[in-house]
Ligand binder design. Structure first.
Ligand code: SF4
Ligand code: SF4
Length: 178
């Protein structure tokens, strides 16, 4: 096909598409009166959840802040009298957050979760800084049954380390020394 013919065909295709859309019923969604429901796993405003017992899930392990590519999470760890760790304070700067979800992926306790609520924009950049009291919610979020302390570091009657089915024996790191 010659160049001229190809150009004419491309033009005709373009006009055909335009013509087709001329007779389509327009889809108008009046935001913010109507808010389109988003999938539960949409990534927007972040919250800190609780375990099914109502305790704070966050154990202030700093993994989320280490994983965050824009360094917008900061916290300070503390310990309860029973030895359980928690975040004395926990801060997210939503002015910098890119809602990538890496913090949620990194979290071993399922504490930090992204929600579909994307309406976090504010005129004052400082009001985009959320403290722990703004982030902590009463519910369990997406993982309602998960309780980190029921699984991690718990002795089982099945056997010690390396004695479970298909489990390797613990490595003696000292045996690797020269
Ligand atoms: S969603 Fe991404 S950018 Fe936002 S706090 Fe988590 S890791 Fe950081
Ligand atoms: S939110 Fe999760 S990853 Fe971040 S400090 Fe708490 S327990 Fe660790």
């Amino acid at each position: 096909m010659s160049d001229a013919l190809e150009s004419v065909k491309a033009l005709a295709d373009g006009f055909a598409t335009t013509f087709k859309h001329l007779f389509r019923k327009p889809i108008t969604e009046s935001y913010p009166e109507y808010k389109r429901p988003l999938p539960a796993r949409s990534r927007a405003r972040i919250e800190l959840t609780r375990d099914p017992d109502g305790d704070e899930r966050c154990v202030a392990c700093y993994l989320c802040s280490a994983a965050c590519p824009v360094s917008c999470i900061s916290m300070q760890s503390a310990e309860r009298e029973d030895g359980r760790r928690y975040a004395r304070w926990f801060r997210i700067n939503f002015g910098r957050c890119i809602y990538c979800g890496l913090c949620e992926e990194a979290c071993p306790t399922s504490a930090i979760q992204l929600t579909p609520d994307f309406e976090t924009c504010k005129r004052d950049p400082l009001s985009m800084v959320f403290e722990k009291e703004d982030l902590l919610v009463d519910g369990c979020g997406k993982d309602p049954d998960y309780n980190f302390y029921k699984y991690a570091g718990v002795a089982t009657p099945v056997g010690g380390k390396g004695e479970h089915v298909n489990e390797s024996k613990p490595v003696n790191v000292r045996s690797n020394m020269p």
